[in-house]
Design a protein around this ligand. Structure first.
Ligand SMILES: [Zn+2]
Ligand SMILES: [Zn+2]
Length: 243
């Protein structure tokens, strides 16, 4: 054991076991979720929006890694307050592994376009909340995803309204709460210049992989999708760790 491990022991984000950030048992216990249409949430091959459920400014598909239950729930909650890159990377790798297995449609599209015109975009936090937390976990996940599949990463969306937490609000209240909460950032700061991820500008904003940690009712992601499509995005897929 290294001295650093004695001073700063690692704990599994799922079960608290010492010596690792994510133990194999927890990794195995993550249950892959069925893929559903983001509009009606009924089963759908590859998470594609059913043709009849398509809306002009709506999502084209939804891809989630696992069911929002322990250990995945615990892991996600921990990551919110302390983002451990190792854990993020493991989860993104797992996502891609399942992705290859269950969502050839989206992958085929990405391959067909050779990633050209596709960007990874995180669901933003309000600046106040981000200052409090120190980072946005969806952004961290988005950067890892973009790196792994070789796409551009852009922080295109800005949260301009400090919204109440969505928990406890009903469908209509959720939508009301989120109305005008997001806008396209006219002058994005390049987050990590050394990442070389932010090379393109918005005129090439065509197809988006919108990433967030959890899909609960989808109202936040749907609102972001609406803003992106209003700004000219063609296809928008939602990618979340849990649903
Ligand atoms: Zn564990
Ligand atoms: Zn549907």
């Amino acid at each position: 054991m290294f001295l650093v491990d004695l001073l700063f022991p690692k704990f599994c984000a799922g079960c608290g076991k010492v010596g690792t950030y994510l133990c194999n048992k927890c990794l195995w216990d993550i249950q892959q979720t069925d893929l559903v249409c983001p509009q009606c949430e009924r089963l759908s091959v590859g998470g594609l929006t059913h043709p009849l459920c398509k809306r002009r400014y709506g999502l084209d598909g939804l891809w989630s890694l696992g069911i929002y239950q322990d250990p995945l729930r615990k892991i996600i909650q921990k990551l919110k307050y302390k983002f451990v890159k190792d854990v993020g990377e493991t989860l993104i790798s797992l996502t891609l592994k399942y992705w290859v297995k269950f969502t050839p449609q989206l992958l085929e599209e990405l391959k067909k376009d050779q990633g050209e015109g596709w960007v990874v975009i995180p669901v933003p936090l309000h600046p106040k909340r981000q200052r409090f937390r120190g980072f946005n976990q969806s952004a961290q996940l988005g950067k890892l995803l973009a790196q792994k599949i070789g796409l551009d990463y852009q922080e295109v969306l800005k949260r301009i309204k400090y919204t109440k937490p969505q928990v406890g609000l009903k469908g209509k209240e959720r939508r009301e709460n989120l109305k005008n909460a997001f806008e396209i950032d006219p002058s994005p700061s390049l987050p990590d210049q050394d990442d070389k991820l932010c090379s393109k500008n918005y005129t090439q904003l065509v197809n988006c992989l919108l990433i967030d940690d959890v899909w609960t009712t989808g109202s936040t992601i749907k609102e972001c999708c609406y803003v992106l499509k209003k700004a000219g995005a063609q296809k928008v897929w939602a990618i979340t760790l849990a649903r």
